[in-house]
Design a protein around this ligand. Structure first.
Ligand code: FUC
Length: 817
């Protein structure tokens, strides 16, 4: 009992502290987009600039993309793919790359497209004419997903609140003042969309439009955005293209958006009707009810996890967030790390909700018609990284939009599998868009990577491991089977060792000779195919189906190349030892086996573990935002919390608009540069990996705690097998650990300190293989090691490994002394 009480007390103190921490705030309006603050409900996004005189709310809706339904698979390329393969096996690499570039040119021929851009609606403007204001503040409170702007003018205090409600599917802007009759403004729309019109009708301002034409495609997404102000006293004046509000006490502006998008194949929706229906429903509720329902919905997700890293540098919290970020490089501010972690969770809740589209390269926030990389789904790292926090930070249901996209890709991807590879199953390359294209994008050098589906489907398997949801596994089994079918069909025997390899392919975006990246049997591909086969094998066993297919996969899995350790004691990136020590490329694809996969383990294959560490060391720290985010995870998996923290510091370097280096913008969004949201998500996931891991046959407590994170509390992170964990730690060691077992089963725990149950007895030391099937991994092949390499034995802390028998829905309290 006593132990329980101490734990609850620690948790509640921590929650009170957290409430004041979870705010981004500034004493000036946003000067540019990278200073504006993001709000969203998964579908509708807004960037709030908060200028007192002229407020801009830049608007997005997740289905407004250029173009129209249709895949981008070129006809008649199979013969060339076969020829590229032959050239590669004959060692004619340059010729293979030339043919790949010629077959898949960088810019599209007339009859093709290379993916469509995600586009903005435009902006809603609130024109107040309030100049020379005092006590200005704008903020984003991620405890309740609400942005606000406040200031004083001529003794009157003005306040604006902005949020996007998921339950009511509208954006709300609420204007209030400390004196009656003081709110006057003009409401306007602007848009860069070419096909658009703005009309005033039924006391509302309406922007109608159609998305853009691009490449050989015609823009066909129709949209309608209705801004409807509700006034308490005052006057609403309708003008031709804008609304005027005069002398109101209070104003609530409801922004409702509809499009004709129904699915990637179907644009038969009625945007006007959809927008109107959401509006009518929301109009019937009071602002306070809308606000309450929004906050309840949001907090049901957000409040599942809390994090307190101890050092409450309260002085730093008195600083505006951009100044705080600037100081972070030189002054310890652990509450900023916790804020950044929670901001990642806020962004996922705000950009990825059930029934909608997955978060793209910019989540849902984009002010352009042709954003960088079209703000598409780049799947050779970026889209996957967006979803790394989903399971571990207890936001599992936000993974759903990604799963739906994967299912759709398994339909469209049958075309690329058949047409380009004469294979069954499905596949895609390194990019897709709203229309679920699966062909090559950005030409042969970047796009000749038939592995996108291999990586994406790992998310399906991981969701199963975290939740144990068998129904979900059965629903998605055809997707797992289809991707395994594809690789089982396309694997080729390479001439030197008779290993089975994917050819042609590449190690994402890197090259081993000037201008040459096309290759076969790259390390990442081998690791991916190993996982694809293992998932399908395991799933077919669990679902008791496809015995023959399973045998085929097992036989082929045995013939995949082993990992290799090359002459600079590195994990080899390619099938041959072509790695160079001076290579600082942002992609470190071959470490996929270390993270997010779990093929490299300090306990099972220490040589590979050390080789991965050497690779990471020479690749260096500074890079694009997402690359640094990945490195936080890598170092956490290498059990080196100090190095992870170094990377967090590098990533949390303040970057101003126009700067060329990776880091973090004043609004805490990640700078690739330019803005790309993956870095936020990658680092959030990395912070979780530092505190809890479960990929390596046990639930590892505080596996990579930096020296300076001596004390802290985290609550709510998830581990595979359905365990929810809270840890309170002191002197860098767990003091009290709470494990909630959602599925029952044996919980194997790895800890640096001895652990005791509530009755004071030490837990049972683990023996042999875990009985918990979520913790069993397929054996990987022994690595091939260059004769130049000699590793000293790996020094690891002494770990206690326990087996705790758990019952479904029971909670276990453990302590360390
Ligand atoms: C990959 C990366 C780039 C960028 C782009 C969207 O191609 O190599 O750095 O993140 O995706």
């Amino acid at each position: 009992m006593k132990l329980k009480f101490v734990f609850i007390l620690l948790m509640s103190v921590q929650l009170v502290v957290a409430q004041h921490q979870n705010q981004l705030w500034y004493d000036e309006p946003a000067d540019n987009w990278n200073e504006a603050l993001p709000i969203g409900n998964g579908r509708i996004g807004g960037m709030i600039f908060g200028n007192a005189a002229k407020d801009q709310i830049q608007l997005n809706e997740e289905t407004i993309w250029a173009g129209e339904p249709g895949n981008n698979v070129p006809e008649g390329t199979y013969a060339n793919i076969e020829e590229i393969r032959k050239l590669l096996f004959a060692g004619k690499y340059k010729e293979a790359q030339d043919l790949s570039n010629a077959t898949f040119p960088r810019r599209p021929p007339e009859d093709n497209n290379y993916g469509m851009p995600y586009q903005t609606i435009g902006s809603l403007w609130l024109d107040f004419d309030h100049n020379d204001v005092q006590n200005y503040k704008r903020s984003l409170d991620i405890e309740n997903a609400t942005a606000s702007t406040s200031y004083t003018l001529n003794g009157v205090e003005y306040k604006r609140e902005y949020f996007v409600s998921y339950p009511d599917q509208v954006m709300l802007i609420h204007l209030s003042a400390s004196e009656q009759g003081k709110i006057s403004l003009n409401l306007k729309y602007t848009t860069p969309q070419v096909k658009n019109s703005v009309v005033v009708q039924d006391n509302a301002l309406v922007l109608k439009g159609i998305s853009g034409d691009y490449d050989n495609k015609t823009g066909k997404v129709k949209f309608q955005s209705i801004a409807f102000p509700q006034l308490t006293s005052g006057k609403l004046i309708e003008n031709e293209d804008h609304l005027r509000i005069e002398g109101a006490d209070e104003v609530t502006i409801l922004v409702s958006i509809g499009t004709n998008f129904k699915s990637y194949q179907d644009l038969s929706g009625d945007p006007e009707k959809i927008a109107q229906q959401f509006l009518d429903k929301a109009k019937s509720k009071s602002f306070s009810t809308l606000r309450k329902d929004h906050i309840n919905d949001y907090q049901a997700l957000f409040n599942r996890v809390s994090l307190d890293l101890g050092n409450q540098n309260t002085d730093s919290q008195k600083l505006p967030t951009d100044e705080r970020l600037q100081k972070f490089a030189t002054e310890e501010d652990l509450s900023l790390v916790a804020l950044y972690f929670q901001f990642g969770r806020y962004l996922l809740i705000s950009s990825s909700r059930a029934g909608g589209q997955p978060a793209n390269l910019q989540g849902i926030w984009n002010h352009d018609l042709t954003p960088p990389w079209d703000s598409k789904y780049t799947v050779n790292i970026n889209t996957e990284m967006n979803y790394w926090p989903a399971e571990v930070t207890n936001l599992s249901e936000l993974h759903q939009p990604l799963f739906k996209m994967i299912k759709e890709l398994s339909e469209t991807g049958q075309e690329s599998a058949t047409e380009m590879y004469k294979a069954r199953g499905w596949n895609m390359h390194h990019n897709t868009d709203l229309w679920r294209v699966t062909g090559i994008i950005d030409g042969g050098f970047y796009g000749m990577w038939p592995m996108g589906g291999a990586w994406l489907t790992q998310h399906v398997w991981q969701h199963y491991l975290f939740t144990g949801d068998k129904e979900f596994l059965a629903e998605y089994y055809p997707v797992l089977k289809g991707i395994a079918r594809f690789y089982a069909d396309v694997l080729q025997e390479e001439p030197e060792n008779q290993w089975l390899v994917v050819a042609p392919s590449m190690s994402p975006e890197n090259k081993y000779q000037d201008g040459v990246g096309v290759s076969y049997g790259t390390t990442m591909d081998n690791q991916l195919v190993f996982d694809v086969f293992s998932n399908a094998i395991k799933a077919s066993e669990i679902l008791e189906t496809d015995k023959e297919f399973r045998k085929e996969l097992e036989a082929k899995r045995k013939r995949l190349p082993p990992m290799q350790i090359g002459k600079i004691s590195q994990l080899q990136e390619w099938i041959k030892d072509w790695d160079r020590e001076g290579d600082h490329h942002r992609h470190i694809s071959h470490l996929y086996g270390l993270h997010p996969s779990a093929q490299i383990s300090p306990f099972k294959n220490p040589d590979l573990f050390q080789a991965a560490q050497n690779t990471l060391t020479y690749r260096g720290d500074k890079s694009t935002g997402w690359s640094m985010g990945w490195k936080v995870n890598f170092w956490a998996r290498l059990l080196n919390g100090n190095r992870s923290y170094d990377l967090i510091k590098t990533q949390l370097t303040l970057v101003k608009d126009g700067t060329e280096e990776g880091g973090t913008y004043p609004n805490l969004l990640d700078a690739h540069p330019p803005f790309q949201i993956d870095g936020n998500f990658g680092c959030t996931a990395g912070i979780a990996e530092m505190l809890l891991q479960s990929q390596d046959e046990a639930l590892h407590l505080l596996p990579a705690l930096p020296d300076s994170w001596k004390e802290g509390t985290m609550k709510g992170l998830k581990a595979r097998g359905g365990f929810e964990v809270a840890i309170n730690w002191k002197n860098s060691q767990p003091q009290v650990v709470k494990i909630e077992s959602k599925n029952g089963g044996v919980c194997r725990i790895r800890s640096e300190v001895k652990l005791f149950s509530e009755n004071g007895k030490e837990l049972k030391l683990a023996k042999g293989e875990s009985k918990n099937s979520y913790y069993r991994k397929p054996e990987i092949k022994k690595p091939l090691v260059s004769d130049k390499v000699e590793f000293s034995s790996l020094q690891l802390p002494t770990y206690y490994v326990y087996d705790l028998e758990t019952e479904k829905n029971k909670t276990y309290l453990l302590k360390s002394n």
